[in-house]
Unconditional design. Structure first.
Length: 92
């Protein structure tokens, strides 16, 4: 799973039928200190996330298909949760 920030939305007039009725968001991967890595990708939203939200993303096709209940869908990433807070304990 990857900590990411939603930075935009995606709209397509032509798409695979598996995407019908699903929101596809543009996500940017974050480091543990929540600074952006510059790596962006598309993810199907399963939790009503929006632009600016910090989210938890599964970037593995089989996981995405299982979460969305479509074993034949050509999906690669799915947003699983909206992150309220990140706490990292200092190493000793």
């Amino acid at each position: 799973m990857i900590l990411s920030r939603v930075i935009g939305t995606s709209v397509a007039s032509v798409h695979h039928p598996s995407y019908d009725g699903r929101k596809v968001l543009i996500c940017e991967a974050l480091l543990t200190d929540q600074s952006p890595t510059g790596q962006t990708f598309l993810a199907v939203d399963a939790v009503q996330a929006g632009v600016g939200d910090t989210v938890l993303v599964a970037r593995e096709g089989n996981c995405a298909r299982q979460i969305l209940g479509d074993p034949e869908a050509p999906l690669h990433a799915v947003i699983l949760g909206i992150v309220d807070q990140v706490n990292i304990e200092a190493s000793r």
